[in-house]
Design a protein around this ligand. Structure first.
Ligand code: AMP
Ligand code: TRP
Length: 343
């Protein structure tokens, strides 16, 4: 059965886009599919960061994942920095990555990659490849912005397997349905994101109900008053319909038809109710979790993750001719059948 992985960077408080686009699919799929969920805290070091805040955010992300229904008895949940194999495989994969291909990664350019940026910002996609390849992952559910990184992961896996014998499973990017992409309420042209400069249009998972309602009631809408689903002509209203559709598992067009005569105010009030109904139980569970409980889950997860990741690193080292892994005797051809992924 195909194994999936999702990574959450603790660079800001989680917002509704993370929930709809990433957390909920994990929660829904974890009983059917082997699932790996990790807090990508090493990735948060690629840009200037505050150590105290990073620690708090990692804890918050872990707590929210649990509160939202990630079940550590089904999904493997852990914190990346607790499993040293990520760093080990990162370096080994750098040795099959060319400088040119790392440099071509769009996010490096987008995040202002230049002479003064951290070297880790350049090599970040290689760390992401390590995250994925460590676990013999088949499917990586990601947004469009991460597609190129998964392509790089595939390229590195294929190249490594060709050069040194079958070692890695070649993963594939899978994309959540279109309706799962939600936009900033104050600026429907951009994605709702945890690091957006203004928080007026971002619904954070831990926002209090009155704050959520206020942000929704102030959402930018479009000219006219009639509720119709028209993502190009009326992106603000379409976004509200998309969010409501995603939260209630309904077609946004159908919702539009029902609210046609209620105007934007009626639609916003209904959306506020739905968002609050979704987030209140999550917030309640989140506030009940203690630091000890969260740390215990993460410690157990790290132990399990380290087992599989350790096997992958040993296999990789063996293929590369490093001590610590056993390489086939000299003269014998690289044998994909025995060097490959364990069953
Ligand atoms: P990020 O917060 O950008 O690190 O993203 C973590 C996960 O949440 C990724 O799988 C994203 O695709 C997903 N995600 C973040 N923002 C949104 C959004 N506005 N709509 C849908 N999915 C999102
Ligand atoms: N780069 C991803 C993001 O910005 C987070 C991430 C890191 C990730 N490693 C991963 C996602 C491995 C999936 C698999 O959202």
């Amino acid at each position: 059965m195909s194994r999936r992985i999702s990574g959450f960077k603790p660079t800001g408080p989680l917002q509704l886009g993370n929930y709809v686009g990433a957390i909920r699919p994990v929660v829904r799929g974890q009983h059917e599919q082997p699932t790996v969920v990790f807090i990508a805290d090493l990735h948060a070091l690629t840009v200037p960061h505050d150590p105290v805040l990073l620690q708090a955010r990692s804890r918050e992300v872990a707590g929210l994942l649990l509160a939202a229904g990630v079940d550590p008895d089904h999904a493997l949940l852990y914190r990346q920095s607790d499993v040293a194999a990520h760093l080990e495989l990162h370096y080994l994969l750098e040795c099959v990555t060319s400088y040119g291909e790392a440099h071509r990664m769009i996010q490096f350019k987008e995040k202002g990659g230049g002479g003064g940026s951290r070297l880790s910002l350049l090599t970040y996609p290689v760390l992401m490849a390590a995250d994925i390849l460590l676990h013999d992952i088949d499917e990586v559910p990601v947004g469009r912005d991460q597609r190129q990184h998964v392509e790089l992961t595939r390229d590195l896996a294929v190249r490594f397997n060709e050069r040194y014998g079958a070692t890695f499973t070649v993963p594939e990017a899978v994309h959540p349905e279109v309706a799962a992409r939600i936009a900033d309420l104050a600026d429907p042209a951009r994605k709702m994101g945890k690091t957006n400069a203004s928080t007026a249009g971002v619904l954070f998972l831990l926002d209090k109900p009155d704050v959520l309602r206020r942000k929704i009631m102030r959402a930018v809408t479009d000219a006219g008053t009639e509720v119709v689903y028209d993502p190009d002509g009326k992106p603000g209203v379409a976004n509200l319909l998309d969010i409501l559709g995603a939260l209630t598992d309904r077609d946004p067009r159908e919702i539009a038809a029902e609210h046609e005569k209620n105007g934007y105010g009626g639609l916003k009030a209904r959306l506020a109710d739905a968002v609050i109904a979704t987030l209140e139980p999550i917030q309640r569970r989140y506030h009940e979790l203690t630091d000890e409980e969260i740390e215990a889950v993460l410690a157990k997860g790290a132990e399990r993750a380290a087992e599989r990741a350790g096997r992958t690193v040993r296999r990789t080292k063996a293929a590369l001719g490093l001590t610590g892994g056993r390489r086939a005797p000299a003269g014998s051809p690289a044998t994909p059948a025995t060097a490959g992924r364990p069953s």
